[in-house]
Design a binder for this molecule. Structure first.
Ligand code: PMV
Length: 312
């Protein structure tokens, strides 16, 4: 029987992580240089579904999966949503998106599975429906996710995102060149978010002020990104301002600081961490001319992986 395939790209948060959990806006973009892929091979004579995930060295029967297994969860949610029979055969899942580094690996894998199964059943799911299904699984990973990862990955477009509000697709006035570098350190998003939540509970006024400041940066950044002839230096300064606030919030790490400094010294217009922090990836805004030098400087500063991407 014919296999069906689904893919989804990675994502990077340009502005507004963490504050977005507290109702402030954030901006995120797809990163198409990395992707997750799911391939469903139906087997009419088989019984049940086998999930094959070589990246995490796992192969198991869906019926044997634990309740919090994210791959089994997205299969179940998709089948319920489509109102179809349970798939029988093998579901192969692969990803070039590093796990736990703020590039949306979990949401991308879930999205790829929804796409592969929807294709198998001949269903045409709107991005909003895909996003809603993936959000349910994000809750298993994160506890209190804002929903930005599933949204930007399901819509495959730059988004201006506010929790619980309809998404706003963003127009990018002129292409933006980003260099994304991985510290090689994994941080669990729910731990960073949980730690900040405890500190916020102890001193809400202080943290609310920082979140407001981040929200104001996001709104200024949106205006610049949407302009046709924007000065990217202004956007770079806003990235640095956002990073200063993230440092104040205790979200950065020595490895992130090292990469951020290296990128700025090599001529980046601005640089900041991206995602949950305490590790994971940082992003630098460059021009076409400086991207290579910044990428090289990041490798020399110890980056585990460097991606150059253009946002349009
Ligand atoms: O999943 P990550 O590492 O990209 O982090 C998500 C960004 C946060 O704002 C920290 C959490 C959230 O739910 O938005």
């Amino acid at each position: 029987m014919t296999p069906t395939r689904g893919t989804a790209s990675g994502k990077a948060i340009l502005f507004g992580e963490h504050a977005v959990v507290y109702g402030r806006p954030a901006i995120a973009v797809p990163v198409t240089e990395v992707e997750a892929e799911a391939r469903f091979q139906p087997d009419a004579a088989g019984s049940g579904l086998t999930i094959v995930a070589p990246d995490i060295e796992r192969q198991y029967q869906l019926v044997a999966a634990t309740e919090d297994d994210p791959l089994a969860a997205i299969v179940g949610l998709t089948v319920d949503h489509l109102g179809t029979a349970w798939p029988v055969g093998e579901l192969h899942v692969r990803s070039t998106i590093p796990l736990g580094r703020g590039l949306g690996s979990g949401a991308a894998i879930s999205t790829a599975i929804v796409h592969a199964l929807a294709r198998h059943y001949g269903a045409d799911l709107a991005p909003a429906a895909v996003s809603a299904l993936v959000y349910e699984v994000e809750k298993l990973h994160h506890g209190t996710p804002s929903g930005i990862d599933n949204t930007v990955i399901a819509f495959e477009q730059p988004v201006y995102f506010i929790k619980n509000q309809p998404i706003e697709r963003m127009r990018v006035g002129q292409p933006l060149t980003l260099v994304i570098a991985d510290t090689g350190q994994t941080a669990a998003t729910h731990e960073v978010v949980g730690d900040l939540r405890q500190r916020w509970q102890a001193n809400p006024e202080r943290y609310e002020t920082d979140f407001d400041d981040i929200g104001a940066i996001v709104n200024r950044a949106r205006q610049i990104i949407e302009q046709d002839a924007a000065d990217v230096s202004d956007l770079g300064r806003l990235m640095n301002d956002n990073q200063n606030l993230l440092e104040t919030l205790g979200i950065s790490s020595p490895a992130l600081q090292r990469l951020i400094s290296a990128a700025r010294q090599a001529g980046a217009k601005g640089a900041k961490l991206s995602g949950a922090g305490w590790g994971g990836n940082m992003i630098a805004l460059t021009t076409d001319q400086t991207a290579e030098a910044v990428a090289q400087a990041l490798k020399e500063a110890g980056a585990a992986q460097v991606i150059v991407t253009t946002i349009r």
